[in-house]
Design a protein around this ligand. Structure first.
Ligand SMILES: Cc1ncc(COP(=O)(O)O)c(C=O)c1O
Length: 383
């Protein structure tokens, strides 16, 4: 049996006709940039995220960049973020001329540890970017308290967390990823829970001034056309991508629930291995959060050997992320060293993402866990 790490083809087969007719509509109108489809998608995402505004942009990276620009963050400013995230979180900060200031993560959730933020705040700190990594929200209450006390902005990097909820209440939604900070940023990169057929992204906010500013900045800062209020960028959402995303959005809840079910199944299948393999850690769900399992990431002893073993068995896995940002070559000017953020460094060495997607079959999942059990059995561990 083969288990690819990720496979979009079954999802496409299930919606092929809907996608084709949505594209046909766009072809007939010959409108390719922004337009009514983008506006409908913006309304749908705003409603889904429980925010007043949503602005479609060209990628999740641009969503971060435009949020920083809208807040006027630039040269001489500092922005706090975790070193264990996708590069764009820090890259966008550097792009506006500001300095990324790293704060280590929690070893169980892999999200930024709010108890370590305050010691990093200086007179130059303008914002914090919590990253809701792998589909679970950062512990936002203490983070928001600090931000409020110190009067600094919060930009949520919710690229991996569309539909994730923080502290859900009984019989009611919790706070959705993206609605808790000043601005929330989403990515519709093809492998995301809601993926386009190319790059696309969205900024959400409850602040009308910031919404207006992002909207103007995404079109070269022009308002009205050819009169430039600010120096913006070209980061508009394509109509074709919006049409595709609107089709897929109708299925998002069903797909997310399928991912959550697959995660629950992994949790059950791994139970007996937990007590016999020291150091093996499954994803931890805080506060009964709604984790949307963009990734299912496990801490495994002998991670690299296990990965090789699974590859030979036809099982795809991936590493998110093999080198924390403070140790990246491009950030050598920040003068960080190995050991500066030990929890992120350990996570980079020990974690492995297993296949998880709505169409993953139960028998494929059983096979993945069986092969992992076989790996540890060969080492005299486990069942
Ligand atoms: C945490 C995080 N931030 C930002 C991004 C950037 O999004 P995009 O690839 O759409 O530019 C991604 C996605 O790749 C991400 O995972």
């Amino acid at each position: 049996m083969k288990v690819p790490f990720f496979d979009l083809t079954p999802q496409f087969s299930s919606i092929e006709e809907e996608i084709k007719s949505a594209l046909e509509e766009v072809f007939k109108t010959q409108q390719f940039i922004l337009g009514p489809k983008v506006e409908v998608l913006e309304q749908a995402i705003a409603q889904y995220c429980q925010t007043r505004y949503a602005i479609g942009v060209a990628s999740g990276s641009d969503a971060l960049l435009l949020s920083l620009m809208a807040l006027g963050i630039g040269t001489g400013d500092e922005v706090i973020l975790p070193p264990f995230t996708f590069f764009a979180t820090a890259g966008s900060v550097s792009r506006v001329g500001a300095t990324p200031v790293f704060v280590d993560i929690d070893p169980e959730t892999y999200n930024m540890d709010p108890s370590k933020i305050e010691e990093k705040i200086t007179s130059k700190t303008k914002a914090i970017i919590p990253v809701h990594l792998f589909g679970q929200c950062v512990d936002m209450d203490p983070l928001l308290q600090i931000a409020k006390k110190k009067k600094i902005f919060v930009i949520e990097d919710a690229a991996q967390a569309l539909g994730a909820e923080y502290k859900p209440h009984q019989n009611a939604n919790g706070q959705r990823a993206g609605e808790m900070g000043d601005l929330g940023c989403f990515s519709f990169y093809p492998t995301k829970n809601l993926g386009a057929f190319g790059d696309a992204g969205m900024v959400v906010t409850n602040n009308s001034d910031l919404a207006e500013k992002v909207r103007i900045l995404r079109a070269h800062g022009s308002q009205p056309k050819y009169f430039h209020k600010w120096i913006g960028i070209n980061s508009r959402l394509d109509t074709i991508q919006a049409a595709i995303l609107l089709v897929k959005f109708k299925h998002l809840e069903k797909w997310t629930e399928a991912r959550r079910k697959r995660a629950e199944q992994y949790q059950k299948l791994f139970q007996d291995l937990l007590s016999s393999v020291p150091g093996l850690r499954l994803p931890m769900i805080q506060y009964k959060n709604r984790h949307i399992f963009h990734q299912y990431v496990v801490r495994f002893p002998e991670r690299n050997r296990l990965r090789q073993f699974l590859t030979e068995d036809g099982i795809g896995t991936d590493i998110y992320y093999p080198l924390p940002l403070h140790l990246q070559e491009c950030y050598s000017f920040l003068k960080h060293r190995q050991g500066d953020f030990p929890i992120s460094e350990k996570a980079a060495e020990e974690t492995l993402a297993l296949p998880i997607y709505p169409e993953l079959k139960e028998e494929q999942e059983v096979f993945v866990v069986d092969r992992i059990k076989a790996f540890y059995k060969d080492r005299g561990l486990g069942v």
